[in-house]
Design a protein around this ligand. Structure first.
Ligand SMILES: NC(=O)c1ccc[n+]([C@@H]2O[C@H](COP(=O)([O-])OP(=O)(O)OC[C@H]3O[C@@H](n4cnc5c(N)ncnc54)[C@H](OP(=O)(O)O)[C@@H]3O)[C@@H](O)[C@H]2O)c1
Length: 305
């Protein structure tokens, strides 16, 4: 597994990360097999959130590895806060409470990274800044980031924060390509030209913010994987054709497609199946050509101008 340097080189993360949203459905033994498979494959970066499984996912993780201070050092832990039951909450109190909850459930003294999960339009950035300063100076959070934010929202936060935003976690798969489409359809009259994210791809590259791709194998929002799915015959034919050439499975090709982008995007994969995870990790050993990348993009129904 190749590594990816984030936070201006201060974090050396595996270039594929394991998302732990679904591990609340696993037994401790199943979760242990999944996490050990990840470690054996070279994954050291694990994505959590206070709300995954209502908090159970973080607990299952800690129990599955028998968390202790020595084992803790094998992992880079990222968690998130700000989504509550029916509303978003970036208040200082909620950010501080949420991190305390994650630390307790993960049985650790610190998070490597903490992300604001989804924009709260009632956010007061001064409060967020205060919360981040308290968390950083107490050693409870090392780095901060956001998720699902556009360029100007990050600029607004940056006006007040004493800490750099190092990550923006966004939905991205070959069937959810908004951040690529608008940049290739500038000044056109088609739907793909609509810039819905404030040029977030270019903004993050300019500001050295790592983009993380959530749901890299799914279409819609949690509608299921596009892989081996009859709704996407052309895409699967193309992916399978390239998989045969490269000697890997279709799963690896779908992740290699994200890794191929020079923005050094960090896929957060959500499988709970150790065999799927092994297939995914093969993506780190191959590189798609420019032509193959565009062929897959077009096979998903995306049109070039
Ligand atoms: N920031 C946000 O707003 C946000 C939102 C959603 C998710 N996330 C993060 O992103 C992570 C990934 O999201 P996700 O779980 O939706 O992503 P995903 O990796 O795109 O999807 C995983 C799902 O696809 C299934 N799948 C079907 N065929 C597969 C194959 N051949 N290989 C691998 N998986 C296959 C998996 O089933 P099996 O388990 O059977 O393999 C699993 O149910 C989450 O765990 C979470 O950490 C963040």
């Amino acid at each position: 597994m190749k590594n990816k340097y984030i936070a201006n080189g201060e974090i050396s993360a595996s270039e594929i990360a394991l998302g732990c949203m679904r591990i609340n459905s696993l037994s401790s033994r199943e979760a242990s097999t999944l996490i050990n498979t990840a470690l054996e494959e070279g994954i050291n970066f694990f994505d959590h959130a206070d709300i995954y499984g209502g908090g159970k996912s973080e607990e299952v993780f800690a129990d599955a590895v028998n968390m202790n201070p020595t084992i803790r050092e094998k992992f880079i832990f990222q968690s998130k806060c700000g989504i509550r039951d029916g509303y978003f909450d970036f208040s200082k109190e909620h950010i501080l409470d949420s991190v305390e909850g994650s630390l307790k459930r993960l049985k650790t003294d610190y998070l490597d990274v903490m992300l604001l999960h989804r924009p709260d339009t009632l956010m007061e950035p001064e409060e967020v800044a205060e919360a981040f300063s308290i968390l950083h100076s107490s050693g409870k959070v090392r780095y901060f980031g956001v998720s699902n934010q556009n360029a100007m929202q990050i600029e607004l936060l940056n006006k007040y924060l004493n800490h750099k935003i190092i990550i923006n976690q966004l939905q991205l798969s070959v069937t959810n390509t908004g951040m690529f489409d608008s940049g290739m359809n500038v000044n056109m009259k088609n739907n793909s030209s609509i810039n819905r994210d404030g040029s977030i791809l270019e903004y993050c590259r300019l500001k050295d913010i790592t983009i993380q791709a959530w749901s890299p194998l799914q279409y819609g929002t949690f509608e299921g994987s596009f892989l081996n799915n009859d709704k996407f015959p052309e895409l699967n034919n193309k992916i399978n054709e390239i998989a045969a050439i490269k000697g890997v499975t279709n799963t690896a090709i779908a992740i290699a497609w994200i890794l191929r982008h020079p923005a050094k995007i960090h896929p957060i994969v959500g499988t709970t199946n150790p065999n799927h995870l092994k297939e995914i990790c093969k993506a780190s050993q191959i590189q798609l050509t420019r032509q193959e990348w565009y062929e897959i993009y077009r096979a998903a129904g995306n049109k070039l101008p």
